[in-house]
Write a protein that binds this ligand. Sequence first.
Ligand code: ADP
Length: 333
Amino acid sequence: VLLLSRSTYDCSYIRETEDRGTSGKIDNNDIVKIIIIFVFFFFFFLMIRRPPRSTLFPYTTLFRSQLKLAQENLEMRVKKRTHELIRAKEEADNANKSKSEFLARMSHELRTPLNAVLGFGQLLQMDDDNLNDEQRVAIEHILIGGRHLLQLINEVLDIARVDAGEMELIIETAPLNDVMDTALLLIRPLALNQGVTLNTPSLTPDCCVRADLQRLVQVLVNLFSNAVKYNRKGGEVTVDCAVVMRDNGGSRKRMLHIAVTDTGIGIREEDYDKVFEPFQRFTLQAENIEGTGVGLSISKKMVELMGGYIGFESQYETGSTFWVELPFDETGT
Ligand code: ADP
């Protein structure tokens, strides 16, 4: 800046030399000034130029390459793990399918001879006049055992079918009155036998759900029979129905909520998670009650296949409420 000001100041000198008739000529002094100004600007620009990042942080490049390497390594490991997981899942699926096929075949093979045992047992029972007391008791044992085994086989077959994706449901308009009547008809003798009162709901006649009729009856019979079996003598079972609204991926849909409340033994909180798992039976009392431990797990699979939900609330030694929700049929009459 000083040099510049000096050069401006020195204009008087130029003017003087012009006066002296030497205008237009550049002398050595001017050249030196120009060079000084040039050098000054050169260094000035060099100073204000932004230094490269690598000069400021000499390790940045190194860090960056290390980070990239780590990232690539991580990606490779994630890919490898994902691949391993997919393979493990495929293996598990195959094993599960084989298990289901085995169960389905075994159940089928067992059912034929078992039906023969039950059939001949019933024939023997019919010939009552020629039987003594001991034989009567023995035949009763054969029939009770045979029926229990047949129920177990049928339920295992159902589970295997659902697991193998071979359970075919016929979803149709199911009038709730009909379904409820059939299920209650099947359960009344058991309730009578156990001294349990059945309080049934009053339904609107045009109330329909979208469901497989036969399977829905099976689910309700399972819930009703549990409510009776795991009740106390002189207890009550109350069936309630209500239409409720549920979220359905952004929209709201109507569902029919059927609740079965009993005044029975209830379920302990630590057993809640296992209620819908197959072959799980709880409480000491349940050991003495006939059952296979499969009914609820099948019911859950069926209800879900029908687009519904199943659940329960329970208080140990007070009672339980098991409920199912099924899509309400808007077109049903
Ligand atoms: P099952 O009745 O043939 O044993 P489920 O799958 O229907 O099989 O039920 C599984 C278990 O859940 C039962 O063994 C019983 O311990 C318990 N459970 C089911 N329903 C009730 C109920 N209403 N009250 C108390 N316990 C129940």
